[in-house]
Design a binder for this molecule. Structure first.
Ligand code: DQQ
Length: 509
């Protein structure tokens, strides 16, 4: 492996094993490097999505500072431009006029040697201060909060000379972490919520206030969780002792707080008064563990649009060899459901990608369909009858050697993507993904599935999301079918659209 130091000293044309050319150290405003062999490889990679946002190459994780500005959606994201592995975090940047088609822009933030973000520009947010786009983010190590101001087109960014603007967590507090600021305006002051945790106690969000974004006063804990001994894992995040990536926003007459705690994005809905947040109800933003570090923005129509990082489900070696890792979720619109929970649905703009349409109706829920593909939107509605399990198979090979199942298990009250046979490759995750989900008596199962190469995003009955990764190895693993265990399930209707790609080369340029 190339160490970080070796890596930084490599010249612009250094060729790594596997044929990848590494760029030299990237700076703010640098264009993504042109690397034709790699671009060709990515454009032809059947595992690389066709209609999801992802960097032109290399590593991506958390969405950062999604924001509307001058009629366009700007998306930043954690990015290592030097390889498909998580090191030396930069902020990548892309822009869209419709939330669906994206154009890559130059690097927005890069670590400054010797500066408070020398080891990485970690997650944060974007706000507009007067008329000036401003990024607030975490510099490492140690974890401190920094500021950068943008020009009018958000093309170049200048870091504040007085960084860090918050140099340490509040004195005397035994914090487990101090990162991922979320900033908003209230009256004529700025508020900043930051992901943290209290050792031995639980995850928390610390609240700060400022008049100018540069000088911050610590107020108190916005809210605090309890360390959950039942969660597996050893680090503060996986035990619930550290909350990452807080996202805090008004939702009808409530407020919503999203936090990420290893493998899960958890939302709380509750009351926000006197600058304290009191959760009243909690839920999972996504049932799977492929979706993480969610962040939202308001769009010009007043909708709350949510984005998340879809991580890989294959080995580090496979990711490096592929030359890319990490995908941005499709835009999801968040609202308050009639039962008081969060309702998360795909943005209607995605319908503009629909191409050829196929419709099937009224048949037993067992069988294969003539339509095949790996870039599809699938809508299916099932009547369960007496069946205990019902669902769909996707990406199946003609002989069933490879196949992934999307199932609702009535007896276990579970909704799953089952991946045991999803790939003949030895290098991929095969565990089931999903969680608790219950249909009411006589309620039909309504699925909306976005299949895009190795990415699956599923929306069930407008009240559960499930994101997963699968990596079929056979080019003929393109089949779709229905499945039912026990008698009586019927497919009321199946609608399939072939989805148009958002670029000619899987966004490799
Ligand atoms: N990823 C960032 C951190 C954040 C974590 C680093 C969550 O700022 O806590 O890339 O995935």
């Amino acid at each position: 492996m190339v160490s970080r130091r070796d890596f930084l000293s490599l010249s612009a044309a250094t060729v790594l094993g596997g044929g990848f050319v590494l760029p030299s150290r990237m700076a703010i405003g640098d264009e993504h490097p042109k690397n034709e062999p790699l671009q060709k490889q990515l454009a032809a990679d059947p595992q690389r999505p066709q209609y999801h946002l992802l960097p032109p190459a290399n590593w991506m994780n958390d969405p950062n500072g999604p924001i509307f500005w001058k009629g366009q959606a700007h998306m930043f994201y954690q990015h290592n431009p030097h390889g498909a592995f998580p090191e030396s975090m930069h902020w990548g940047h892309a822009v869209s006029s419709d939330l669906v088609h994206w154009k890559h822009l130059p690097i927005a933030l890069a670590p400054t040697p010797g500066g408070p973000d020398k080891d990485g520009c970690w997650s944060g947010c974007a706000v507009v201060d007067g008329n000036v786009p401003t990024l607030v983010y975490t510099g490492v190590f140690p974890q401190v909060q920094c500021l950068a101001r943008g020009d009018d087109g958000m093309m170049t960014w200048r870091k504040f000379a007085g960084n860090p603007v918050i140099a340490a967590p509040p004195q005397g507090m035994q914090t487990t972490g101090f990162r991922d600021p979320c900033v908003w305006r209230e009256a004529d002051e700025w508020y900043l919520a930051i992901g943290s945790g209290i050792e031995g106690e639980g995850g928390t969000v610390l609240l700060y206030r400022s008049r100018d974004l540069m000088h911050w006063d610590y107020l108190h804990l916005l809210c605090k969780g309890r360390r959950d001994e039942l969660l597996p894992g050893k680090d503060p995040v996986s035990t619930g002792e550290m909350w990452e990536c807080p996202d805090f926003f008004p939702m009808a007459d409530k407020h919503a707080l999203l936090v990420s705690t290893q493998g899960a994005v958890i939302y709380s809905l509750g009351a926000y008064a006197n600058h304290y947040f009191r959760p009243e109800l909690q839920g999972k933003v996504d049932l799977g563990d492929s979706y993480y570090a969610a962040r939202s923005m308001m769009d010009e129509q007043g909708r709350r649009v949510l984005w998340g990082w879809i991580r890989e489900g294959r080995s580090d070696a496979a990711q490096r060899a592929a030359g890319w890792a990490g995908v941005m979720s499709l835009p999801r619109v968040v609202s308050l459901a009639a039962d008081g929970r969060l309702r998360i649905t795909p943005a209607p703009e995605l319908e503009t990608l629909r191409g050829k349409h196929h419709h099937f109706a009224g048949q037993p829920a067992r069988g294969a369909f003539s339509i095949r593909g790996d870039s599809l939107e699938i809508q299916a509605e099932f009547e369960l009858g007496a069946s205990g399990v019902v669902g769909l198979t996707v990406r199946s090979s003609p002989g069933g050697e490879e196949l992934s199942s999307i199932t609702y298990n009535r007896t276990k009250a579970q909704f799953l993507v089952e991946r045991e046979h999803s790939s003949l490759s030895p290098d991929v995750d095969r565990g089931p993904q999903g969680g608790s989900f219950t249909l009411a008596e006589n309620e039909t199962l309504k699925l909306r599935i976005f299949l895009d190469a190795s990415v699956i995003e599923i929306f069930a009955n407008d009240r559960a999301c499930l994101t997963s990764r699968i990596y079929p190895s056979r080019p003929d693993s393109l089949g779709i079918g229905t499945l039912a265990k026990g008698g009586g399930a019927r497919l009321k209707a199946l609608d399939v659209w072939e989805m148009r790609p958002i670029s000619p080369d899987r966004l490799a340029t």
